[in-house]
Design a protein around this ligand. Structure first.
Ligand SMILES: Cc1cc2nc3c(=O)[nH]c(=O)nc-3n(C[C@H](O)[C@H](O)[C@H](O)COP(=O)(O)O)c2cc1C
Length: 202
């Protein structure tokens, strides 16, 4: 069984609809740790040793966050700047993260069609996750495409939010139980584009 770390980053959790629902769908699952960055570090004073230990203890490292300015809420950047130390995460002696799976769970205000070359935002979410992908490569992590929920500003019906939560839970459990074909997952545009294709028999 793989151990899964979800680094959750939402600066206004009480006003969240999607990220709160997704988080509720996975919190308490066996083998899953939800690490709430804004709750733990309201002053941004990240405990680097604690974060490194958490990474070392898990096999899958996820960052779950709303898309902010085509990127992440700022504490995620702070986390990267402080935690990914030379000779720990990268460099000739930096092998702490080698082989662990790594991906983002992203919600967006704008709808999915706008995140296309021909759409308003011109870049796909997978393209926008390029700094994560490059970081993963440097740190010898295995990068997977983002799990994305789009169009939140349009007001997602509660049944749809519930369905996304169920899909998230299904994905997390399948990763934990090693039922995901990782080579196939790497090639997907988004991790949750077709869960039946991603996840083998349950
Ligand atoms: C500071 C800020 C920046 C944002 N930037 C983007 C953005 O670049 N693209 C986008 O589609 N939505 C953007 N949004 C909208 C959020 O992504 C959206 O409100 C969030 O995904 C909804 O999830 P929640 O219900 O969990 O809060 C932004 C929101 C805020 C507050």
């Amino acid at each position: 069984m793989k151990k899964i770390l979800i680094n959750f980053a939402h600066p206004a959790k009480s006003r969240s609809s999607v990220n709160k629902a997704l988080r509720n769908a996975v919190v308490g699952l066996e083998g899953v740790t939800v690490n709430d960055l804004y709750q733990t570090y309201p002053d941004f004073m990240i405990d680097v040793e604690r974060e490194k230990k958490l990474c070392e203890e898990h096999d899958v490292i996820i960052f779950q966050h709303p898309l902010y300015w085509y990127s992440t809420p700022s504490i995620v950047k702070e986390w990267f700047d402080l935690v990914l130390e030379h000779d720990w995460a990268y460099g000739s002696k930096g092998t702490a993260l080698e082989g662990k799976l790594f991906f983002q769970v992203i919600s967006t205000g704008a709808d999915g069609d706008s995140y296309q070359k021909e759409g308003f935002n011109e870049f796909t979410l997978t393209e926008l996750s390029a700094p994560f992908r490059a970081t993963a490569k440097l740190c010898k992590l295995v990068w997977l495409p983002p799990f994305a929920i789009t169009g939140v500003h349009g007001g997602l019906p509660s049944a749809e939010i519930l369905r996304h939560g169920e899909n998230y839970q299904r994905t997390i459990i399948a990763l934990r139980d090693e039922r995901v074909d990782i080579e196939q997952a790497k090639r997907l545009e988004l991790l949750n584009i077709d869960l039946n294709q991603l996840i083998g028999s349950e």
